[in-house]
Design a protein around this ligand. Structure first.
Ligand code: HPA
Length: 245
């Protein structure tokens, strides 16, 4: 079964044929909301809205551990994260879809591991390639098959939020090698890896990051909603074409 974590602008999947909803409790607390079970295209899907169905949970307060744990215990075998990001690299302007291949974590103070007790030996999970290669490839293959342009590869900088970045912070991140910036990529990806749950992200560039493009003096929120509206329709098509092997 395919797990989908919907980000900003994607609190529902219009093309999800819903069978039921389930309130799930985990040892780590409650997920962002009830899990929605259903079918899209040829596959069974479980959906959770990362920020809650009413978009009330800010990035630093999302219970990432509960979301990932709930997905896994519901029988999910691979997960796609949908997330909006700001574009830093020159060719990643608003309306671009991108499947990142790397992460830089600038977050702090989040519950970022399932290893928070004293039981069991310490385990250092490999995170050299933070996203699952197979899930990334399938996303890119589906997009190519249905004729949707998706950029293959980007370094996703995860910031703490909820405030946006300063232009100087973005400049520093660019120096670090970051291509896009968002607030939810971590610890989500690392937790998926701890659970050995194949996970990849499909990111929607909703705006130029601070100091770039038309965000030289401020981020233009007026256009974000319309960009998300158009681009998330493309995301839905890709998910519809994505069939678990
Ligand atoms: N910065 C951080 N997170 C974001 C942005 C941004 O510019 N756009 C969408 N999520």
């Amino acid at each position: 079964m395919l797990g989908i974590i919907g980000g900003s602008g994607l609190t529902q999947l219009a093309n999800l044929d819903v069978s039921h909803r389930e309130v799930v409790r985990t040892p780590y607390g409650e997920p962002s909301g009830p899990l929605t079970f259903g079918r899209i295209g040829c596959q069974d899907v479980v959906f959770v809205a990362r920020h809650g169905y009413g978009h009330t949970i800010p990035p630093h307060l999302v219970n990432y551990r509960a979301n990932m744990h709930a997905l896994q215990t519901s029988g999910v075998t691979q997960t796609i994260s949908i997330a909006s990001v700001g574009g830093i690299r020159g060719n990643l302007g608003p309306g671009t879809l991108v499947v990142p291949h790397q992460i830089i974590d600038y977050t702090w103070g989040r519950e970022m591991t399932f290893q928070s007790g004293t039981e069991g030996p310490v385990v250092h999970v490999d995170f050299t390639e933070p996203y699952d290669g197979e899930v990334r490839k399938r996303l890119l293959d589906v997009a190519a098959r249905i004729g949707e342009d998706v950029v293959d590869g980007a370094v996703y900088a995860t910031t703490q939020g909820p405030r946006l970045e300063t232009a100087a912070e973005i400049e520093r991140m660019r120096g670090d090698g970051a291509d896009v910036v968002g607030m939810t990529g971590m610890p989500e990806a690392a937790l998926a890896r701890e659970l050995q749950l194949p996970y990849a992200a499909l990111c929607v560039v909703s705006n130029w990051a601070a100091g770039r493009g038309d965000s030289v003096h401020a981020i233009k929120f007026a256009s974000v909603e319309s960009v998300l509206h158009v681009t998330l329709a493309r995301v839905r098509k890709i998910i519809e074409g994505y069939c678990e092997q």
